[in-house]
Ligand binder design. Structure first.
Ligand SMILES: *Cc1c(COP(=O)(O)O)cnc(C)c1O
Length: 407
């Protein structure tokens, strides 16, 4: 899977390893294309355009008969390094990075559908994805049916009619609902649908949707992949056929390109992703266990806890991990939940997630506000629901912070 990026020039003649590398090794090395100066670290090619040695060369480059970068909206060497590294980690044939998670999500679906098509999606999802599927696509004659939960009969019923795209977010943001990727993919493929998984909450460390039968994986790389709260980014991964024939032509002409600077930040972030996400996951489990024991907390939604309704499926599908985010149902009204948030001293109030800093959010008034009370109730999000993204601080400090704020 170690596809060389365009223009790859090895700067030494060492043979490549002839064994299968572990993902930790790939996260540090895959996709590295040295410039010829032999630099250790990935180079930042902050350029919007590229030059040709002759008019003829430009012509054959545009005819796709020569591997040559053309323009920053299409591709860039720093971005290619990031894409190739992420594709290797995911076990996908190809990856294309975009400027944000939402541009990745929109383009992944929009490049597939036309008037009269039908999309089936999991009901619990990030609010902007919900807006795209239920408000924007219908304007262009594409309908979306939402399936609540993980019941096989419900998915079977929804997928008994012709369907173009199935979009699932698992675990869901913010309540960590789990959908069985294998089951839904099997049902979807029977009706010829393409399965897209929003894998943001699990991250590439814990869930491999393509291995489970999905066709396309989508990320907001803003989350665990940058993971340090600096840059926005997105990525879509899938087969050569899907990327080359559908996704790439769509984004090439609609233009949600990633900045090479952001790609450079993120290719370096991939080097530490396993260490960071594994520690965040261990911290999240410790915090979730402590929260569950506290009477001021009504319930805790964390796939790593036995109390999670789909704990077993989550453990199977997410490689034994619960992830880095916890849904909390506060014992008290909105005012009490706000009071708790305001009393925290380490954990920040912020609507981002997957960050090295622990962040707490009140989804009903911020990230998911746009959906309105009815949809929120459908998703199980109340005025007392909180989302805690657990970071890299010491777990004891996070637990102490929560306990002092609950007093
Ligand atoms: C944040 C997020 C997105 C959107 O990503 P951006 O980078 O903010 O555009 C999509 N899906 C999920 C599950 C997210 O958490």
């Amino acid at each position: 899977m170690s596809k060389k990026p365009w223009g790859y020039q090895p700067t030494n003649n060492r043979p490549e390893p002839d064994w299968d590398l572990n993902p930790q090794t790939e996260s540090v090395r895959a996709g590295l294309a040295r410039s010829g100066f032999g630099e250790t670290s990935e180079a930042l090619y902050l350029t919007s355009g590229f030059t040709y040695s002759s008019a003829e060369e430009a012509e054959i480059a545009f005819k796709d008969e020569l591997d040559h970068y053309l323009y920053g909206r299409f591709a860039n060497p720093t971005i290619s390094m990031f894409e190739n590294r992420l594709a290797t980690l995911e076990g996908a044939e190809r990856c294309i990075a975009t400027g944000s998670g939402m541009s990745a999500m929109f383009a992944a679906v929009a490049c597939m559908v036309e008037q009269g098509d039908r999309v089936v999606a999991s009901a619990s999802m990030f609010s902007s994805c919900h807006v795209v599927l239920t408000e924007f696509l219908p304007k262009w004659g594409v309908t979306t049916e939402l399936v609540k939960g993980n019941n096989r009969q419900d998915w079977e019923a929804a997928l008994s009619k012709p369907t173009k795209v199935v979009f699932i977010e698992t675990p869901s943001n913010p309540l960590m609902d789990i959908v069985d990727i294998k089951m839904v993919s099997e049902l979807a493929h029977k009706v010829g649908a393409t399965v897209i998984v929003d894998n943001v909450m699990a991250s590439p460390v814990y869930q491999k949707p393509i291995q489970l039968g999905a066709d396309v994986v989508m990320y907001s790389t803003t989350k665990h992949i940058d993971g340090q709260g600096r840059v926005l980014g997105g990525a879509v991964l899938g087969s050569e056929k899907y990327i080359n024939e559908q996704f790439q032509p769509f984004i090439r002409h609609t233009g949600p390109a990633l900045s090479p600077f952001n790609a450079w930040v993120m290719v370096k972030s991939l080097e530490t992703m396993f260490m960071r996400v594994e520690r965040m996951n261990a911290n999240a489990l410790a915090v979730a266990e402590a929260l569950e024991k506290n009477p001021k907390i009504k319930s805790v939604r964390y796939p790593g806890l036995k109390s999670h309704p789909q704990h077993e499926l989550a453990m199977k599908q997410m490689n034994g991990a619960g992830g880095t985010t916890i849904g909390i149902e506060f014992n008290g009204n909105k005012d009490a939940a706000y009071k708790f948030m305001n009393a925290l001293r380490v954990i920040d109030i912020s609507n981002n997630l997957g960050d090295s800093k622990s962040l707490i959010t009140h989804p009903a008034s911020t990230t998911h506000r746009r959906l309105g009370p009815e949809v929120l109730a459908e998703m199980g999000i109340t005025e007392s629901t909180l989302r805690l993204s657990v970071g890299l601080e010491h777990a004891d400090d996070l637990i102490k912070d929560i306990q002092q704020a609950l007093k």
